[in-house]
Design a binder for this molecule. Structure first.
Ligand code: PLP
Length: 408
């Protein structure tokens, strides 16, 4: 990890546009011409470095963004896609076929959970869901058919932390691929440096940061990315979740400010988490000492980017959670919306939104309670002001009792 700084790696890249512009030119073509038929054939076979064939396979704009994201994660290369799910699903389908088995964290994004629980069994791929924080339980779930260990660095929505170095050791021992979704913790954590084989992001969230597009990326070895893009057998090439060039150009521009944004998201989330915990609210944030994996996480992060911008508060009941979210939106403290990484705070009750794919009894088992609100803390300039305004909303609804009562 020493001497690896993901933001510096992005900063050190240099691109020029076609006419010497400071931004690379956007490739606005779905197909490309060849001066000779032989070169076209060779390109089709994947033998002509630097030649483009067809934009579902690759395009100059997507390759620029691939390069920047690979530099950020410290992998050989990367492949951007039209959404986070457009990165996750081809990656897993490339690694697994009929008869294969996946060991996955049980607290993952609801869409990924639904894919593994409901969709991949149709293709003969089975998944065992485990408590990813218990390495012995993870190892015990491995069978001779297991090909993949799957987790999120910081899980959605419970903010559990995966011990990536520990999982990487298990993966190596059993000859499995460790696939890590790092969507919640870009820059803060560099999973490939901790031993992950493949790192995935939903670019929709922090990396793009402006809630104006969906996007995804798979960061991995050249060999794996080549296999994903293979014209005859590559899941990305054949399933077709290609990012549009105009979009990849705009995501790349936003990527350049990610380090500044992550520092502010982390600062603001830490500020609020410390205060709401002190106020007596059930607060989960990996930066708090009370978080079960706080010490582990502190050893995993690139410290200057902090513990991230995601936090949860449990306000007791769904009705209370809904009331509070509506009031906070009315007071312009943020939006009652799914997703994360926006400049404004976003809040939702995961049990009824992003994790609704997870059956109720499983939600209870994993500790996903009714009154849980997931916050993606925004870039607010004056976070003390925000804290006071949020507290006022909470007092109005008796989520927090007033300080005078607390002091009695
Ligand atoms: N991974 C995580 C952790 C997510 O939170 C999400 C979306 O909410 C995804 C993956 C899927 O990404 P997308 O919506 O870009 O397909």
């Amino acid at each position: 990890m020493k001497n690896f700084n993901p933001a510096d790696n992005i900063q050190d890249l240099q691109y020029f546009g076609e006419f010497g512009g400071v931004n690379p030119s956007i490739s606005d073509s779905s197909t490309y011409t060849f001066l000779s038929a032989k070169t076209m054939f060779d390109t089709f076979e994947g033998n002509m470095e630097g030649c483009y064939l067809y934009s579902r396979h690759s395009s100059p704009s997507n390759l620029y963004l691939d390069k920047a994201l690979a530099a950020m994660e410290g992998t050989e290369t990367a492949n951007v896609s039209a959404s986070g799910m457009g990165a996750i699903t081809p990656t897993l389908l490339q690694l697994c076929g009929s008869g294969d088995h996946i060991v996955s964290s049980r607290t993952i994004y609801g869409g990924t959970y639904a894919f593994l629980k409901n969709f991949t069994p149709r293709l003969g791929i089975k998944t065992t869901f485990v408590d990813i924080t218990k390495l012995d339980v993870v190892e015990a779930a491995i069978t001779p058919e297991t090909r993949v260990l799957y987790c999120e660095t910081v899980s959605n929505p419970l903010l559990e932390v995966a011990d990536i170095a520990g999982l990487a050791k298990i993966a190596k021992k059993h000859n499995l691929k460790l696939v890590v979704d790092n969507t919640f913790s870009p820059l803060s954590v560099s999973p490939a440096k901790l031993g992950a084989d493949i790192v995935i992001h939903s670019l929709t969230k922090y990396i793009n940061g402006s809630s104006d597009t969906v996007g995804g990326v798979t960061c991995a070895s050249q060999e794996f990315i080549d296999s994903l893009k293979n014209v005859n057998s590559g899941a990305s090439m054949l399933l077709g979740p290609t990012m549009d060039s105009l979009r990849s150009a705009s995501v790349m521009k936003n990527l350049r400010t990610l380090h500044i944004r992550m520092k502010q998201h982390s600062y603001n989330a830490m500020y609020l988490a410390e205060r709401f915990e002190k106020d007596g609210l059930k607060t989960v944030y990996p930066g708090l000492k009370s978080h079960p994996s706080h010490e582990l996480y502190a050893t995993m992060i690139n410290p200057e980017y902090g513990f991230g911008g995601m936090m949860t508060l449990d306000v007791g009941t769904l009705a209370k959670a809904n009331e509070l979210m509506e009031l906070m939106q009315a007071k312009n403290l943020g939006y009652l919306a799914v997703s994360l990484g926006f400049y404004k705070t976003l809040f939702s009750a995961p049990g009824t939104s992003t994790s609704s794919e997870i059956p109720m009894e499983e939600q209870i088992e994993m500790g996903l309670t009714d009154g849980l609100i997931r916050f993606s803390i925004g870039l607010d300039n004056d976070i003390e002001r925000t804290y006071q305004m949020m507290k006022k909303c909470m007092m109005e609804l008796n989520v927090l009792i007033s300080e005078s009562v607390l002091m009695e």
